[in-house]
Design a protein around this ligand. Structure first.
Ligand code: PEP
Length: 256
């Protein structure tokens, strides 16, 4: 069975309670697109309220701690996210890898904790511009996948339940207005798929591979039509319903 395209908005460190109105508009419109899975990841402070405000879209966190609880001031665990009704969590976003020096091993531990808490996981990978210019993009992303994909007990079941997605986000395309060339996106998604097949065998098909990096209403149609692109992780263009809805519309396919 083919899966629905997955369109996820990452609000990053943006959003106050007034933005719940945008979430409500996105949620109302989402009901017109049952063939698209739609979700928002607001800052921690808004997850609870957003959960209450919406019904048709998923709600998730942008990060979690790898431990269930304990002396980690300022952190939030996957179990806590699940407790307030989150559906999923983003792990390994390049801004966290950069700002918090998160290693592949740390990202893997977070992903494992999130799956153990019953959450879906969106695992982010992507190369820097210097790495792409040096011809190392696929090697870098391959290493990130191998090092940060959760392994071990429960992973096959989690994948079978479609609780794992990979977001390929070239670092140089995030928030810059620069979008990767379609042929490079296709090539990287194929490389990521090959890694998933190597890691999970037949179960790989349930893992969706999303593209992220300056996706907007204008470029979404071409990106989402590209081979191997099964959704998008969207930053700036997910902050308002006006900007986000054209991306959702681009992912929607007419129902027979
Ligand atoms: C992101 O935050 O993951 C992202 C892709 O941001 P933007 O769409 O703003 O480039």
């Amino acid at each position: 069975m083919t899966q629905r395209p997955y369109i996820v908005g990452n609000w990053k460190m943006n959003g106050s309670r007034t933005m719940l109105a945008e979430a409500r508009s996105i949620d109302r419109a989402a009901q017109r697109y049952p063939d698209v899975e739609i979700a928002l990841a607001p800052p921690f402070t808004l997850i609870d309220a957003l959960r209450e405000a919406v019904s048709a879209i998923g709600v998730g966190g942008q990060d979690c701690h790898a431990e269930v609880k304990g002396a980690h001031t300022g952190d939030v665990s996957a179990a806590m996210l699940a407790d307030i009704g989150a559906d999923f969590v983003i792990v390994g976003h390049s801004e966290r890898r950069r700002d918090h020096k998160e290693s592949n091993a740390a990202v893997r531990a977070k992903a494992k904790a999130a799956l153990a808490a019953g959450l879906g996981v969106i695992l982010c990978v992507g190369e820097t511009l210097a790495e792409r210019d040096a011809g190392k993009a696929e090697a870098v992303v391959g290493k990130q996948i191998d090092g940060s994909l959760p392994k071990g007990e429960g992973i096959v079941e989690a994948i079978a339940a479609a609780r794992l997605a990979i977001a390929y986000e070239p670092v140089w395309a995030i928030g810059t207005g620069r979008v990767a060339a379609i042929e490079d996106v296709i090539a990287m998604h194929a490389a990521v798929r090959a890694r998933l097949i190597a890691a999970f065998g037949d179960s790989h098909a349930k893992v969706r591979i999303l593209y992220g990096g300056s996706v907007n209403g204008e470029n979404a149609g071409a990106l989402l039509a590209a081979e191997g692109v099964e959704g998008a992780l969207v930053g700036g263009a997910s902050l308002t319903a006006d900007a986000f809805l054209p991306i959702i519309a681009a992912a929607s396919r007419p129902i027979d």
